[in-house]
Design a protein around this ligand. Structure first.
Ligand code: KIV
Ligand code: ZN
Length: 505
């Protein structure tokens, strides 16, 4: 019989250590949104914040604790009485209490002694246990602490009632081998669950965390997108996916929600994910070179270690100078064009020509090239034309848009409200055109082409009709609503044109 995979607890500290990323400050609402998403994702514990840092932070922790989440909600505290009371007042399930134990921290930061630190740690744990809380104790800078003293501290806090001990590699100096040795030593000393908390100063955080688990730790501290002080913490997506795919350990994380969680955290923190970041980076499942694309189209596992769908993503084929026929053709078909073999060759020639000039080929470029080669919708075949557009937005009224469209020579006016002016305008267009073609907006991408508040906005839409025909279209305008409306109308015209051509075949 196969042994049962071991379960690893995921303790997420995006809202605490992650928020300590330079330049990041989340509002209470942002924190609540992220906490709810982490709970949906299935993490076991959420470190919601450090209540003593500000009133807003305490309020956020309190509100998260009251959300009724499945995850354990935890607050951070130093061993100081004020910190402990601030954490207790938040009605959290657990407190993560810490004090530094390395000589360098004790001397220069705390101006204290090993004996005083030990006493303070024990008293803090006893105080929290007297208040009925689950207690996780961290010896800050554990990995640079004298080993015998570290063992003494951990033994003492466990005796005082600590439910778990956490081993922080505060400045990210561990290697997997040393982590394995350290956790092995500590596992022989204490009988409570051991957790690891690794920083990424040398890019070793994921490997070190997993080495800790292999040596007996049962919990890993992580942050979404690897946010955190300096080079960040062990990233949730890397740790969870490596545990799942490479080590066959079990976690409670619903991997399909990983990508959407990464996007939400990036949006709310304003920290962009580097394109080549493992698992969640823009390029993590993107392929350009002809050889790779050919392989991936035939059998995705040729150049993908896992199916992107497992984490809620899709394979992306990029057209560029390294691209081959298969990749560009797949992209062009996805965009709703149906070129002949000769047209396809011409599209590839143009793609490579642009690539050779050092240009990154965007979807918009592909639409322009394909439209040029396969033929634009001829002006006389354009069924829908925008005559007028008006929008109203404000703080007191729902965003409203009115459009006047000419359809086959006849004018129609429609108004709609929406979550924003673009949504309202697209709804108004569909009100007029739905009896011609029932379109579903499959994709909507907005990009600023230039900088400044007068930037040219470029909108690319992908629309689908009820027969499954797909068309992509673009439009650019300094007015975002106008660019969106024109792109949508171009898409509708293209769908009608494709349907008309099919009928005449
Ligand atoms: O990295 C660290 O040492 C910490 C402590 C608060 C545990 O984040
Ligand atoms: Zn940390």
């Amino acid at each position: 019989m196969k042994p049962k995979p071991r379960y690893v607890r995921i303790f997420d500290t995006t809202l605490r250590d992650g928020e300590q990323t330079p330049g990041v400050a989340l509002t209470i609402d942002d924190k609540l949104q992220i906490a709810r998403q982490l709970d949906r994702l299935g993490v076991d514990a959420i470190e919601a914040g450090f209540p003593q840092v500000s009133l807003g932070e305490a309020e956020a922790v309190k509100l998260i604790a009251r959300e009724g989440l499945k995850a354990e909600v935890c607050a951070l505290a130093r061993t100081l009485r004020g910190d402990l009371d601030a954490a207790i007042a938040c009605d959290v399930d657990s407190v993560h209490v810490f004090i530094a134990t390395s000589d360098i921290h004790i001397r220069y930061k705390l101006n204290s002694t090993r004996a005083k630190v030990l006493k303070s740690a024990v008293e803090a744990v006893e105080y929290l246990k007297d208040h009925g809380l689950i207690v996780e104790f961290s010896a800050e800078d554990a990995t640079r602490t004298d080993l015998e003293y570290l063992k003494r501290v951990y033994r003492a806090v466990v005796e005082a009632g600590a439910d778990r001990i956490n081993v922080p590699d505060t400045v990210g100096v561990m290697t997997p081998k040393r982590m394995e040795q350290l956790i092995g030593e500590l596992a022989r000393e204490v009988k409570v669950p051991i957790s690891v908390h690794c920083h990424n100063d040398f890019g070793m955080a994921t490997a070190n965390s997993i080495a800790g688990v292999e040596a007996g730790a049962s919990q890993i501290h992580v942050t979404v997108n690897g946010l955190g002080e300096r080079a960040g913490n062990a990233s949730l997506e890397e740790v969870v996916m490596a545990l799942y795919s490479l080590y066959k350990f079990k976690t409670n994380v619903k991997t399909r929600a990983i990508y959407e969680t990464s996007r939400l955290v990036s949006e709310l923190t304003g920290v962009q994910v580097q394109p080549n970041k493992a698992i969640v980076g823009e390029n993590a499942f993107a392929h350009e070179s002809g050889i790779h694309v050919h392989g991936v189209i035939k059998m995705p596992l040729t150049y993908e270690p896992i199916s992107p769908e497992i984490i809620g993503r899709k394979t992306v084929i990029v057209a560029g100078k390294h691209a081959g026929l298969h990749g560009v053709k797949q992209k062009i078909l996805e965009l709703g064009f149906n070129p002949t073999d000769v047209q396809m060759k011409e599209i590839i020639r143009k793609v490579k020509e642009l690539g050779d000039k050092g240009k990154y080929i965007t979807t918009t470029d592909l639409i322009s090239i394909a439209s040029l080669v396969c033929g634009q919708v001829p002006p006389e075949e354009k069924t829908v034309e925008l005559k007028e557009l008006a929008v109203i937005t404000g703080t007191h009224a729902l965003p409203t848009a009115s459009v006047k469209l000419e359809v086959k020579g006849k004018e129609y006016i429609a108004s709609e409200t929406g979550v924003g002016p673009v949504d309202a305008a697209i709804k108004a267009i569909r009100k007029v055109t739905d009896n011609l073609v029932n379109v579903r907006l499959k994709e909507f991408k907005l990009e600023a082409l230039t900088g400044g508040s007068d930037a040219l906005a470029e909108v690319v839409v992908k629309v689908e009709d009820t027969q499954g025909r797909i068309a992509s279209a673009r439009a650019a305008n300094a007015d975002i609503v106008r660019a969106s409306v024109e792109a949508m109308i171009n898409g509708i015209n293209r769908l009608l044109y494709l349907a008309g051509r099919e009928k005449t075949k």
